[in-house]
Ligand binder design. Structure first.
Ligand code: ADP
Length: 464
C-alpha cells in the first residue's frame, strides 16, 4: 500500500480524505494557499506545503507546483478530492509522467466524459436514452436557433465545459433564444475559456437520480443505488437522500438505471469511482444527463447506506488492488440524508457569506456524521465556494432519518455568519418533503420555505 499521499484540495473534502488515510496508516501531505494557512485541513495532515496565493489559479489549480510538493515530500500518490483538478485530464497525465499514482480514473475516461457535448455523443453511441437535444460541434448561432426550434420550448442552453449547475440558461420562448445564447456564451468563455454550448429540451419538474459506480483495473464493477439529489437551488444540489423517498422508484426503474450505467462503463473502459446522473420525468422515464469521474460531495450518504468507505476503496484501486466491494458483500442497510451547510444567506437568494465564526457547536450522537472545515475562531474566507460542512443523518428508515436530521439541525450552532441551517429546519418540517414529494423545482415552488426568523438554534439557547 502507499506510504504517503498528497491531498490536492482544501476544505471538508481534504479533511475527509485525510481521515481515511490516517486510519489506514498512510501519511498525508496537505497543500494550502495564503488564505488557508490556518485551515483545518492543514492541521489534519502530517505535513503541509504552501503552494501560493488565494486565487485557485495561483494555488489549488497550479499543478506543476503541486507535483513539486509531492516530489519534495516523497508522496507516492495524489488524491484530487472534488472540484479543482479532480477532472483535469492533463493533470492526471502529468501525475503518471511524474511517477505518481492519480487516485481516480484513467485520464482517457476523464477526457471521454469531460466535455458535455462530446460525452453525449459517446452516451448516444452506447445506446443510453438522452434528453432530446443538440450536441454537435457546429456552433453557428442560426443553426443553434433552428435546433432549439426543432427541440421546442422551454429549452435549456448549457455550456459544454460547465459543471456544478453553473452556466445554463432556461429559454421559455423562441424570441428569447438569441439573447440567452449570447449571454451563456459570454459567461462560458469567462468561466471556462470555451464558449461551446449544447441545447436540451427542458424537462419539467424531474427528479435528479444518480447511481454510484465503482470499478477496478481488472474489470470488476459494482453499482451502488441510488441518490436522489432533487432538492436544488439554481440547479445546484442542497439535499441528497438515499434511497430516493419517491414512490416512483420501482425495482424495474432501478434495473434500467443499472443497465444504462453498465452500457456506459463498457463503452468508456472505466475504473475507479463514477457517478451516472439521470433526470427522471414525473412519469418515471429516465434520461442520462452526465457522468462525473470523481468522488462526489454526496458520497457520504452512500457510505452510510452501505457501510463502506469509498475513499479507502479508491486508494486501494489506484494502488492496483482488486475491488473488494461486490454485489454479494455490499448490501444496503440504512437510509441516509445529507444537507449542505453552506455559508450563505438563503433569504438573500443564497448569497455567499464570509467572516469570523464566533461560536461553533457541532451536533453528534446516534445517526449523525459531520464532515466539516469549520471551528470557532475560524475566519471563513471569501476566496472559495461557500461549502462549510456536510451534515448527514442515517438510520434504519426514512422516518428515523427525518427525526435525527431535525434534532441535529437544532443542535448545530454556527455563530457570526449566515448559513443554510435555519432554511433546512424549514425543509425538514415541510409535509411534502417528508412524503418524498420533491423534484428539482421544489424550492422554487415553495416560497414558504424562505419565511423564517433566524432564531438562535436550540443548542445555543440551552447553553445560555
Ligand atoms: P452540471 O454538470 O452543471 O451539474 P447537469 O447537467 O448535471 O449540470 O445538471 C444540473 C442540474 O440542472 C440537474 O440536476 C437539473 O436540475 C438541471 N437540469 C440539467 N439538464 C436539465 C434539463 N434538460 N431539463 C431540466 N433540468 C435540467
Amino acid at each position: 500500500m502507499f506510504k504517503k499521499i498528497l491531498i490536492a484540495n482544501r476544505g471538508e473534502i481534504a479533511c475527509r480524505v485525510a481521515a481515511t488515510a490516517k486510519r489506514l496508516g498512510i501519511q498525508t501531505v496537505a497543500v494550502y494557499s495564503d488564505a488557508d494557512a490556518q485551515a483545518k485541513h492543514v492541521a489534519a495532515c502530517d505535513e503541509a506545503v504552501h503552494i501560493g496565493g488565494n486565487a485557485p489559479k495561483d494555488s489549488y489549480l497550479r499543478w506543476e507546483r503541486i507535483l513539486d510538493a509531492a516530489q519534495q515530500t516523497g508522496a507516492q500518490a495524489i488524491h484530487p478530492g472534488y472540484g479543482f483538478l479532480s477532472e483535469n485530464e492533463d493533470f492526471a497525465n502529468a501525475c503518471a509522467q511524474a511517477g505518481l499514482a492519480f487516485i481516480g480514473p484513467p485520464a482517457s475516461a476523464i477526457r471521454a466524459m469531460g466535455l458535455k457535448a462530446e460525452s453525449k455523443q459517446l452516451m448516444e453511441k452506447a445506446g443510453v436514452p438522452l434528453v432530446p437535444g443538440y450536441h454537435g460541434t457546429d456552433q453557428n448561432p442560426e443553426l443553434l436557433q433552428s435546433e432549439a426550434d426543432r427541440i421546442g420550448y422551454p429549452a435549456l442552453i448549457k455550456a459544454s465545459a460547465g459543471g456544478g449547475g453553473k452556466v445554463m440558461r432556461l429559454v421559455e420562448k423562441r424570441e428569447d433564444f438569441a439573447a440567452a445564447l449570447a449571454s451563456c456564451q459570454r459567461e462560458a468563455i469567462n468561466s471556462f475559456g470555451n464558449d461551446a454550448v449544447l441545447i436540451e429540451k427542458y424537462v419539467q419538474r424531474p427528479r435528479h437520480i444518480e447511481i454510484q459506480v465503482f470499478g477496478d483495473t481488472q474489470g470488476n464493477v459494482v453499482y451502488l443505488f441510488e441518490r436522489d439529489c432533487s432538492v436544488q437551488r439554481n440547479h445546484q444540489k442542497l439535499v441528497e437522500i438515499t434511497p430516493s423517498p419517491w414512490a416512483g422508484i420501482t425495482p424495474e426503474l432501478r434495473e434500467r438505471l443499472k443497465e444504462y450505467s453498465r452500457m456506459l462503463v463498457r463503452e468508456v473502459g472505466y475504473y475507479s469511482l463514477a457517478t451516472v446522473e439521470f433526470l427522471v420525468t414525473p412519469q418515471g422515464e429516465p434520461y442520462l444527463i452526465e457522468v462525473n469521474t470523481r468522488l462526489q460531495v454526496e458520497h457520504g450518504i452512500t457510505e452510510s447506506r452501505y457501510g463502506v468507505d469509498l475513499v479507502e476503496e479508491q486508494i486501494a484501486v489506484a494502488f492496483g488492488a482488486k475491488l473488494r466491494l461486490t454485489e454479494e458483500n455490499t448490501k444496503p442497510s440504512h437510509f441516509a440524508m445529507q444537507v449542505r451547510i453552506n455559508c450563505e444567506d438563503p433569504q438573500n437568494n443564497f448569497a455567499p457569506n464570509s467572516g469570523l465564526i464566533t461560536r461553533y457547536v457541532s451536533p453528534g450522537g446516534p445517526g449523525v456524521r459531520i464532515d466539516s472545515n469549520l471551528s470557532a475562531g475560524y475566519e471563513f474566507p471569501p476566496n472559495y465556494d461557500s461549502a462549510g460542512s456536510l451534515l448527514i443523518a442515517y438510520g434504519r428508515d426514512w422516518q428515523k432519518v427525518l427525526g435525527i436530521m431535525d434534532r441535529a439541525l437544532g443542535e448545530y450552532v454556527i455563530g457570526g455568519i449566515k448559513t443554510t441551517i435555519p432554511f433546512f429546519r424549514q425543509v425538514i418540517k415541510h409535509a411534502l418533503f417528508r412524503k418524498g414529494g420533491i423534484n428539482t423545482n421544489f424550492i422554487a415552488d415553495h416560497p414558504e420555505l424562505m419565511v423564517y426568523t433566524d432564531l438562535a438554534p436550540e443548542g445555543e439557547r440551552l447553553s445560555r
